[in-house]
Structure formats: C-alpha cells, structure tokens
Write a protein that binds this ligand. Sequence first.
Ligand code: F6P
Length: 359
Amino acid sequence: MTKPRIGVLTSGGDCPGLNAVLRGVVLAAEKLGWEVLGFLDGFEGLLPPGNYIVLDRKRAAGIMPRGGTIIGTTNRGHFVAKVGAGDRVEVAERVIADARNVLKGLGVDGLIIVGGDGSMTTALQLQEAGINCIGVPKTIDNDLEATAMTFGFDSAVATVMDALDRLHTTATSHKRVMVLEVMGRHAGWIALHGGIAGGAHVILIPEIPFDYEKIAAALQARANRGNLSAIVVVAEGARPRDGQVVVHPSAEGEDKFGGIGVVVAREIAARTGKETRCTVLGHLQRGGAPTTLDRILGTRFGVKAVKLIHEKQFGSMVSYQNYQVRHVPIADAVNRLRLVPPGGELVQTARDVDISFGD
Ligand code: F6P
C-alpha cells in the first residue's frame, strides 16, 4: 500500500526559520506514516509535471540551523495573487486547474503553504478551487494581524541589534551620527525592537511620521548632555510628516522600498553640522541562522500544520496567540496588517528611555 502524501512549499521572501518548519513537518508527518513532497521554488513547483523532492528524515537532518529554505522560494511567477501595494488579483483558472491536477496525480491530500500575506491570498484562491490548503505564516516584518508572532522576526531583530552594537563603537570613536536603515515597509516592528535592544537614540517608523527639526533637536539635547555621538534607526517605510516614502524601481518592474536612510543622514548633517553616515542593512536581516526562538516557533508551526491536515482543518492558517499555537481561517489572515500602535506600551517605553521618534 502506498503511503498517504502531503505537500509543502515555501513562498515569498525567505527568512530564518523556514527550514525549522520543514523539519517539523517532515518529522511529524513521518510519525503518522505519511510521505512529504517538497515543491520547489514556491507555487511554481506545482506547475505540470510537478517539480518536487521527497522530504524525508534524511533530507531534514541538519537543516534546522540553516537560513533560507532548502526547497527554494519566489515572490514572482504564475501564482502571484497580490500586486504593488496589495491589490488582489486572480490567479489564472488554468494555472490553478493545472496545480490541482498535478497534486491529484501525485496523490497529495493536503498542501502546506509557508508564506506571508501574498502567499496566503494565493492559498485562499487554491482552497476556494478545491485544493486542501493549510497556511503557515512567515514574515520577518511580523506584521500579520492574525498571529501575534511570526518566525524570522526574532532573527532579523538580532541582526539589527548586532549591527547597532557595532555602530555604537565607531560612532563613539568618531563622535558621529550613525543612521541604520532596516526593513519594514508598513510596520516598524523591526526598527522598534531592534532599536530598543540596540540602544538607539532615535527610531523612525512608518506609523509615526517624523519631522527633521525634531530629530535635530533630540540630537542637540543629547549633545548638550555631552554625548557627541548618536544612533538613528530608520525603517525603510518611514516618512517625514510632509513627505513621501522613498522607493526605487527594481529590475522586476516593481517599486521597492529603500533609500530613506541616506536622505535622513543628509538632512541630519545639514541641520546639525555633525558628521553623519548611513548603513543599509537590507537582506542581511533575512539571512543566517535562526535564533533559538525562531527555531522553536518554526518547529511548533510545522508540527501544528501537520496536525491540522490530520484533523482535516483545511483552509486554516497556523497562528500564535497567547503563547499557544492555534489556527484561524486563512480568510481572516489576509489583508490585515498589524501595525505598531503609536500610543502603545512599547513606544511609550522607548520614549521613557529617551528615544525620540522625531515627532
Ligand atoms: O516582507 C519582507 C521584506 O523583507 C520586506 O521587509 C522588504 O521590503 C522586502 O521583503 C524585500 O523584498 P525583496 O526580497 O523582493 O527585495
């Protein structure tokens, strides 16, 4: 008798912890006597004739500390269900029908989709078309409303903190202002957590539009206390009160966030006369080994996804709430971003330790 089969794919931008999820899926599925097919390069692996590898205990050995995903990913291709700022587009019926036939032909009963908001929008369309899907949320931005935490975030924050620890020493030596641009298009969680942990003096986030004069005043107040260096963290989606976000065209034809750090550094230098430098952390935040927390969260999410298939809770997404791994309908998970509350406790704590938001 052939073993029951399930499929798994990773989609969208990668992040540390994806391999922990895959390992969790494989080990939990083997316990149930199931075989796991890992579809390659996101949803594209579902295109005929089906591009996959068998993920077994042997393949999963030693992958936990590895960044990225051993089955590849993409945020482009035939299954994109969101464009630009997030408008839903329909995946072509033919493409979905082809994927359904591939899965049927392979005898795959349930498909685990590890991805962010855009991938969950695709998952919803596949589910509506009769493909049994379970979602596992992933984003370093930690901005999905339906889950209190996603794996990858903690690792990204650790990278920001490490960068800030390094910037502090050179900033102090030269009495300079060091600006660090970090990821976060709509939500400032990485900047806020990383900035607090790394002892930043100014944190600029998308949720709190800033004023250059206020930033200059905060740095001046610091200088008046005898501190001639300063650290500024800016999320890529932050913008001045009367200005726009900074984007640049990419080769793929889509505007990408990034570039605000250089602008902020230039404006600070012009207003304070201080030597100012900018570092853009970019995709370093998405690479490298996952932290303890992300390894554990990834494992828990992978195991839970298998349980949800076992219970036939199709159309659900794994979710972390109140320290428990639960599930919610995928439909509840898409299109709802969790932003930093400007009046919330974390922002207030930052203000209480003299961090300025430039407002
Ligand atoms: O959503 C995750 C994210 O890392 C954002 O923070 C960032 O703006 C974007 O993806 C980068 O995308 P890409 O890898 O396509 O350049």
